[in-house]
Design a protein around this ligand. Structure first.
Ligand code: C2E
Ligand code: CA
Ligand code: CA
Ligand code: CA
Length: 281
């Protein structure tokens, strides 16, 4: 089990070389990287499938490493989790994401709905005491209404359903932050578990969107859209790359989407330029 090995890795000692090849993500290295401006965020718009207007954007972290080049998050996030540097990186991601979302709120046309920011929470972050309070403190500092923040969690993260996880979700939702279930359908939680967690949004994993092609259906995407409607949750399809996929989703009542069809993840300035200022919608 990955969870067990991470736990064992953690016990070896914070900041030590804990994962094969993972020394570059030690807490000291991540702190240096943050100081040197090696980390940056890209934002991927979440669009209304009918109007094409952005309702928000998801923050996705990148690391421009001095010797390794551009390292993808799928590679360094698990290393940060294992080596004990996730908290410092996660705090930076939260601070930076909320600051940008506060900018977007100022720059948004006065007659348009404000846009939200979605922040990915890793298992360890979600289970750490004070996570929810940290998010809310950044909102207070920047004046961003917590209702414009969404926290993305996965079924796997929620598998470690400790008191701390529940407390964080309660604190966040109590202040108006929305909780999104990321990669829905790829984990192993039961449907009954789903109704026990306080959720606001289901995100259809991109693997269930990718199968929609040349007239082929996606039973899992179909079911997720219906399930969301039954539970009163918002539903967002991820990884939408073709007009055919978008049309299939629209016809089945999916309201929102993310994917290369609309935009790759881009710097905040580009998101503002293309989606908040120049679009009429
Ligand atoms: P995710 O949260 O499921 O993010 C979606 C991933 O799909 C992103 O990859 C995004 O660039 C990619 N994507 C978006 N649209 C399309 C599309 O149309 N087609 C395809 N093929 N891919 C698309 P990315 O940015 O490499 O992130 C990978 C994963 O790393 C994320 O998956 C998330 O689990 C994690 N991650 C990224 N940023 C953070 C962060 O700040 N904190 C934490 N804890 N995890 C993060
Ligand atoms: Ca996500
Ligand atoms: Ca996802
Ligand atoms: Ca994912």
């Amino acid at each position: 089990r990955a969870g067990k090995s991470l736990f064992e890795a953690q016990r070896v000692g914070r900041g030590k070389i804990v994962t094969h090849g993972g020394y570059y993500a030690s807490p000291a290295a991540v702190r240096d990287g943050l100081r040197n401006g090696e980390f940056f965020l890209h934002f991927q718009p979440v669009v209304d499938l009918v109007t094409g207007a952005a309702i928000g954007a998801e923050a996705l972290v990148r690391w421009q490493h001095p010797t390794r080049g551009l390292v993808p998050p799928a590679e360094f996030i698990p290393l940060c989790e294992a080596s004990g540097s996730m908290e410092v990186l996660g705090h930076w991601v939260i601070r930076e994401s909320i600051a940008r979302a506060a900018d977007w709120r100022r720059l948004r046309r006065w007659d348009r709905e404000p846009v939200s920011v979605s922040i990915n929470a890793s298992a360890r972050e979600l289970a750490s005491t004070g996570y929810g309070a940290y998010v809310l403190a950044e909102c207070a500092d920047t004046g961003l209404p917590p209702g414009l923040v969404r926290i993305e969690v996965t079924e796997t993260d929620l598998g470690t359903d400790t008191a701390a996880v529940r407390a964080n979700i309660r604190i966040l939702r109590g202040a108006g932050v929305l909780i999104s279930m990321d990669d829905f359908g790829t984990g192993h939680s039961s449907l009954s578990r789903l109704t026990e967690i306080d959720l606001d949004v289901l995100k259809i994993d991109q693997s269930f969107v990718a199968v929609i092609e040349s007239g082929r259906d996606s039973p899992v995407a179909d079911l997720t859209i219906k399930l969301a409607a039954t539970l009163g949750l918002q539903v967002i399809a991820e990884g939408v790359e073709t007009e055919e996929q978008a049309e299939w989703l629209r016809q089945r009542g999916c309201s929102f989407a993310q994917g290369y069809l609309y935009s790759r993840p881009v710097p905040s300035d580009e998101f503002v330029e293309r989606f908040l200022v120049h679009r009429s919608a």
